[in-house]
Design a binder for this molecule. Structure first.
Ligand code: HGY
Ligand code: MN
Ligand code: MN
Ligand code: MN
Length: 414
């Protein structure tokens, strides 16, 4: 695992400029980004990624769910490529680094290899996975889930965004705008996958460390809870005659807070979205639906608490009907020890403070880990803030992570 010349050719300014250029697609006040999956802004960001790759002669490929791959050839064109990358879609009030960093760091690493004159045995590809966030279309990580064959695009045929726009229509629009000359099948052999990402938590930032050698991701489960009551006049309907879906949702959430209480503060329970109908001040709500995002490092804990959600909601629903469905289930994963070692080794060789650590956020790497040897590289973000316009990272840290990535890729690609 010698250090190659690749890391010396990572261009901090180029990488920073690319982040600024990407941030223009879906820019929102406060330096943030709203680049919903498969929106016009997402498509423009992806087309720009393709154009930057074309300047280096990297061919672009798309598959049937819109995952986008740029390929730097290897000496052996038939060898399974090493894959790196992340996602270009964002949260509605997201930052400029969540996901984008992993895509741009991958491109930067390939350009550094070019500039260093390094040829690898295996091809190296950079991927932009479709709809990682799941904030517009549920669930998230659709691209990697389809790639590994866990679900097919047809399974998402009924998915619509909050405005009722069908996922399939938006996907078709994106596919028409992306390179389709050689449509790719799903699940082609990948030698290894490495995803670079900002940490999205405070561990590296608080300790002044530069690189996280990520060895695992905690598990995540998403649920949708829907309460159906009856709308009626707010000024006249006696309490006893009401079937108030908002009041039922409030009781459900209170009951779930008790169920999810964890004195050790390891379990993460979030109700991030509530939809109400008719959503007016002077009518009792006929419908209230809310999401649950549940995370824990142990599958047994996720199973035990998740199993009780429906029972707690039924007990709290009163006169309303309640339905609970699961929309995402990502088991906890452990990454490939050999790649994690390489990340740690190359960080040390480059003189960068490094720590082995788990990921609290989920990533496409969590699904890829079940498909091929996989690991992640974290860099710090300011105060650990993410899923927020204020998300920030320094040009030095972005470049440091790209240097480690470049070395790991050279190692893996031979
Ligand atoms: O929600 C997550 O953990 C990721 O940022 N999409
Ligand atoms: Mn992300
Ligand atoms: Mn995110
Ligand atoms: Mn009236």
């Amino acid at each position: 695992m010698a250090t190659s010349r690749a890391s010396a050719f990572v261009d901090k300014d180029r990488l920073w400029r690319r982040h600024a250029a990407m941030a223009a697609f879906g820019a929102i006040p406060g330096n943030g980004v709203n680049r919903a999956a498969l929106s016009a802004e997402d498509i423009e960001a992806r087309r720009t990624f393709v154009a930057w790759g074309a300047e280096r002669g990297y061919a672009a490929f798309t598959d049937a769910i819109g995952n986008l791959f740029l390929r730097r050839p290897g000496r052996d064109p038939a060898a399974a490529p090493v894959l790196t990358g992340s996602h270009l879609d964002s949260q509605p009030r997201g930052g400029r680094f969540d996901g984008t960093y992993g895509v741009l760091a991958g491109l930067e690493a390939l350009e550094a290899l070019d500039d260093a004159g390094i040829a690898t045995e295996r091809p190296i590809e950079v991927v932009s996975w479709t709809n990682e966030e799941g904030s517009r279309f549920q669930p998230g990580t659709m691209g990697s889930v389809a790639f590994i064959g866990l679900r097919s695009p047809a399974d998402f045929a009924d998915v619509r965004d909050a405005a009722g726009v069908p996922f399939t229509a938006e996907l078709a629009r994106a596919l028409a705008a992306l390179p389709q000359a050689t449509p790719r099948p799903f699940g082609w052999p990948v030698h290894a996958f490495v995803e670079a990402h900002i940490e999205q938590g405070p561990v590296l930032y608080d300790r002044g460390e530069t690189i996280g050698a990520v060895d695992s991701i905690q598990g995540a489960r998403w649920f949708q809870v829907e309460l159906r009551g009856e709308t009626s006049h707010a000024g006249t309907t006696p309490l006893a005659a009401r079937r108030d879906a908002v009041q039922a949702a409030v009781r459900c959430i209170a009951g779930l807070n008790d169920l999810m209480h964890d004195p050790a503060d390891v379990l993460r329970f979030t109700v991030g979205r509530v939809d109400v109908e008719p959503n007016v001040p002077n009518s009792v709500a006929s419908r209230a639906a809310f999401t649950i995002d549940l995370r824990h490092p142990e599958a047994t804990v996720l199973a035990a608490r998740g199993e009780r959600i429906a029972e707690v909601c039924r007990a709290a629903a009163g006169a309303c009907a309640v339905a609970v469905s699961e929309t995402l289930s990502m088991p906890p994963c452990r990454f490939d020890a050999g790649i994690v070692d390489r990340v740690e080794h190359h960080a040390q060789a480059l003189g960068l403070p490094v720590r082995r650590m788990p990921s609290g956020a989920f990533h496409d790497a969590g699904y890829m880990a079940g498909f091929c040897p996989t690991a992640m590289i974290f860099i710090p973000c300011e105060r650990g803030i993410s899923h927020n316009e204020a998300e920030n990272a320094t040009p030095d840290d972005l470049a440091a992570g790209a240097r480690v990535l470049a070395e790991v890729l050279v190692d893996l690609a031979g």
